[in-house]
Design a protein around this ligand. Structure first.
Ligand code: F6R
Length: 259
């Protein structure tokens, strides 16, 4: 696990650079995209690079990390709507290349299994962008999730419902169930970039990077991943015991820019 503490602007540029590199270098790039507030500046930067610099996503496949269950198709808070609105709708990528489990199907477990097969059949995810919850969740793998899990239905934790209530009229309107890539699914991505900003994520980032590997903090499972880069701002990195070491060692440049 490589950890970089930097400014939020630098975080945006580093992650956009990593995505640009994969999209430009691979014949069929597969990128895992998360939702939430944290990646929004990154998606805005990718849209800018597409419009101003001609960065093309035409050959790419994008893979959703998770989706709410129970929202009608096209609901403004559905994650597919979110990704259309902030990313896919502005790029030269066909809508069917945004892959995700069909959460409106009758047999959701069969859809979850089919989603895993789709990821595999397209060669696996080259780069997965991940946010983190204040409780250490990745995707919607809440504390207690199996570290060996695949895509499946999960129930949201009360803290996540409260955190996500800001996107709905009230906490009551937040769906209780979701479909999420599992922790093993996420760990199969060849490169994972975990991003966080703000003091509310400081405890989760410290637990994920420097705590024990435990289901209590699902993001800690990334410590066993062969290529994870954690990029946080100063506030989210405030509880890292070794942050000065990271800064001194890596000079705020991840390995893919130094070699
Ligand atoms: C979203 C997702 C979640 C978020 C996390 C952080 O697809 O899977 O794990 O990444 O809840 O959300 P924000 O960025 O809004 O703080």
């Amino acid at each position: 696990m490589e950890t970089i503490v930097t400014t939020s602007r630098q975080q945006t540029l580093l992650v956009a650079d990593a995505i640009e590199h994969v999209v430009s270098a691979m014949p069929t790039p597969c990128i895992g995209v998360s939702t939430g507030s944290t990646p929004l500046p990154i998606y805005a930067e990718l849209v800018r690079r597409h419009l101003d610099e001609g960065l093309s996503f035409a050959n790419a496949h994008l893979f959703m990390l998770d989706e709410y269950l129970g929202l009608p198709e096209g609901h403004p808070q559905a994650y597919r709507t979110f990704l259309d609105e902030h990313l896919v709708g502005h790029l030269d990528i066909r809508a069917e290349r945004l892959h995700g489990p069909n959460v409106h199907a009758r047999d959701i477990p069969a859809e979850c299994a089919a989603y895993e097969r789709t990821i595999e059949s397209l060669g696996g995810i080259d780069l997965q962008v991940l946010g983190i919850g204040a409780d250490g969740h990745i995707g919607f793998n809440e504390p207690g999730s199996s570290l060996g899990s695949s895509t499946r239905i999960k129930t949201l934790a009360e803290l996540t419902i409260a955190d996500n209530a800001r996107f709905f009229t009230d906490a009551e309107s937040v769906p209780r169930h979701v479909v999420t890539q599992g922790i093993a699914t996420i760990r199969r991505a060849r490169h994972v970039i975990l991003i966080a900003t703000g003091a509310a994520k400081a405890a989760a980032i410290a637990a994920a990077c420097e705590g024990p590997v435990t289901t209590t903090c699902p993001a800690s499972a990334l410590q066993f991943h062969p290529h994870t880069t954690v990029i946080v701002d100063e506030e989210a990195g405030a509880n890292l015991r070794f942050s000065s070491y990271y800064k001194a060692t890596f000079d705020n440049k991840p390995t893919w820019q130094r070699i």
